[in-house]
Design a binder for this molecule. Structure first.
Ligand code: TMP
Ligand code: ASP
Length: 243
């Protein structure tokens, strides 16, 4: 592929900035050092976060693509940037949980760390202002956020990702507790297969050391446990990311 020229800023999220390129089918995703939690209420900057997450995401997206999951990832561009396909995103977050933690533990009063007999799938409506409320298939379909077919595909692909990443992390001595995915359609193929967008990094999942139970994900920031990026990089090194 020919070299792309980065154009104007299209969107500034809480941790990434998206830029247009001279090719309407592609965007540049820039990973900043910003970290946020609680829907943007808690903000900080962490040295090396951008390059760490950019590399971890590239590695994981590569594994998922190799397993047959369509993703928006095209290539690593430089330390902090990757080229992705331009997407029209569905405004929901898809979560699969293998172990009870976080909002599920709070919502149902089930202790954090309770192993689940089978993975549990949850949808959340993507809205910081509303604090990403839990929602179901009917909310998504009737309110027009996605079709019944897309809902079925989001569930199927998110479960399939568990089948790829749970053993990958287990082999690195890490339990994949839960994770969040976001989907959409490439703008140049709106009727094509549902495609994984956004990112897979320790910002959007829970990863616990299999032996010690130590948290290695963004809960270190949410809960003020310290050494956030050291743990992200340890996750990366263990799964084979050159960090
Ligand atoms: P939760 O326990 O807060 O619902 O989060 C479940 C998983 O989804 C956890 O790994 C964090 C991730 N997540 C995000 O990445 N962004 C979000 O906005 C939310 C609500 C969860
Ligand atoms: N991703 C959300 C935020 O940054 C929620 C979280 O991770 O706690 O605010």
């Amino acid at each position: 592929m020919t070299k792309l020229t980065r154009g104007r800023e299209l969107y500034r999220g809480k941790a990434k900035t998206v830029y247009a390129t001279d090719d309407a089918r592609h965007l540049v995703m820039h990973y900043r050092d910003d970290v946020s939690a609680f829907d943007g209420a808690k903000l900080a900057q962490l040295e090396k976060k951008g390059e760490t997450n950019n590399r971890i995401n590239a590695f994981v997206m590569g594994r998922l693509a190799a397993a047959g999951v369509p993703t928006h990832f095209v290539r690593l561009e430089n330390d902090r940037e990757s080229v992705v396909r331009a997407m029209k995103m569905i405004p929901v977050e898809c979560v699969v949980r293998n172990v009870c933690a976080g909002s599920m533990a709070k919502r149902y009063g089930v202790p954090e760390g309770t192993k689940l007999a089978e993975p549990i799938f949850e949808f959340f409506y993507k809205s910081d202002a509303l604090h990403d409320p839990l929602c179901n298939d009917d909310h998504i379909r009737v309110l027009g956020w996605a079709s019944a077919k897309e809902i079925a595909e989001m569930k199927a692909i998110t479960h399939k990702v568990n089948g790829v990443l749970k053993p990958m992390f287990a082999a690195a001595g890490i339990d994949l507790v839960d994770y969040k995915l976001e989907f959409g359609h490439p703008v140049d193929d709106p009727d094509g297969p549902l495609t994984l967008g956004d990112e897979f990094t320790p910002d959007g999942c829970r990863l616990w050391d299999s032996t010690t139970g130590e948290k290695m994900d963004k809960d270190r920031f949410r809960r003020d446990l310290g050494s956030v990026i050291d743990h992200y990089r340890e996750v990366g090194r263990r799964i084979g990311v050159p960090l």
